[in-house]
Ligand binder design. Structure first.
Ligand code: COA
Length: 314
């Protein structure tokens, strides 16, 4: 499904991130798995990941930073959307704890589209703002370490924990979601899944084969919806799953590494937290200015995919 929402306005006015303190390096994994730092770096680009905490704890920390930066008290937020596939409880939605923790006056809901979750949430938030809400706090937060089989070297090396958040405000001014693309192919559920209460099962090479094409096609549809070309994009923020997937998508899209956010080496694949963590890192590093166009592209279990072109507001 492709969208052209040029008339909408979802300005990112604050952003924040949170990572657990505990660092797990590839050398640490060598101690328990038949693997090596060299293999992991060469095949994935990952050097270390952060492990620990709870999804709601990380979400509250990242959300508080985003609200502080925007100068928005929780009481002025109409809705918190927590994008996660690792909620702390099945019921209620983990966003309920975030709502309480941040003193948010409005509603709270979880959104699960696996690693595509944050971009799905961005498009959903944009829709809520267009239909009259004033402010949405959008958070991607995961504790993937809780659903990883630490004896499976095919997956244990990839995932990490963390959270990233943005405050989205409606009304006028610069900053908009210019175009987007959302999709899912449920016939591919089996190549990446975790049963309720179970651990992640993945056909890595199959996911790899499909990921690049999915990302490129989805990105192109979002660009088309936004009415712009790849040359107009100041920063590409792809889902951080594998450095080779990112490099291949960049080359097929015609985007240089200099215009691409990449924090994979330090955090691994943090699923729905991956894109906001990379976005927040780039913004904090001064890589974004008002009016810049940002292309965010997620893909993951489902298989699901989601892309959006966002005009940076501040
Ligand atoms: N350390 C050392 N060797 C490993 C290993 C590890 N951590 N994991 C797998 N291997 C071995 C395999 O057993 C296999 O050995 P064999 O040739 O003797 O059978 C060999 O390395 C190649 O395995 P393969 O799975 O084909 O490797 P790969 O190059 O595809 O890399 C992934 C594996 C998981 C890194 C890669 O497939 C990948 O990143 N896929 C995408 C996953 C992804 O992005 N998932 C999240 C989506 S949101």
């Amino acid at each position: 499904m492709m969208g052209d929402v040029a008339s909408s306005s979802a300005r990112i006015t604050g952003w924040g991130a949170a990572l657990p303190e505990k660092v797990v390096t590839n050398a640490d994994l060598e101690a328990t798995l038949d693997t090596s730092d060299e293999w992991i770096v060469e095949r994935t680009g990952i050097r270390e990941r952060r492990i620990g905490g709870s999804t709601t704890g990380l979400a509250i920390e990242a959300g508080r930073r985003a609200l502080d930066q925007a100068g928005v008290p929780g009481a002025d937020v109409d809705l918190v959307i927590l994008c996660t596939c690792t909620p702390d409880e099945t019921m209620p939605a983990s966003s309920a704890a975030v709502q309480q923790g941040l003193g948010i006056a409005g509603g709270a809901m979880d959104l699960n589209a696996a690693c595509s979750g944050f971009v799905y949430g961005l498009v959903a938030a944009d829709g809520f703002l267009r239909s009259g809400l004033g402010r949405v706090l959008l958070i991607g937060a995961e504790t993937m370490s809780r659903i990883v089989d630490w004896e499976d070297r095919g997956t244990a090396i990839l995932f990490g924990d963390g959270a990233g958040a943005v405050v989205l405000e409606g009304g006028g001014g610069p900053g908009r979601v210019l175009g987007w693309d959302l999709g899912s192919d449920g016939s591919l559920r089996h190549i990446l899944h975790a049963d309720a209460g179970g651990t992640i099962q993945m056909d890595g090479p199959e996911v790899f084969r499909r990921a690049v094409r999915i990302m490129v096609e989805s990105a192109e549809r979002a660009l088309q919806g936004a009415g712009c070309s790849v040359d107009d994009i100041a920063l590409f923020v792809p889902h951080q799953a594998n450095a080779r997937i990112i490099a291949s998508a960049c080359s097929k899209l015609g985007i240089s590494a200099e215009r691409t956010a990449n924090n994979l080496a330090l955090v691994g694949n943090t699923s729905a937290a991956s894109i906001p963590l990379a976005l927040v890192g780039a913004a904090d590093a001064g890589r974004l200015a008002a009016g810049d166009l940002v292309l965010v592209v997620g893909f993951g279990a489902g298989m699901s995919w989601a892309s959006a072109v966002v005009e940076w507001a501040t």
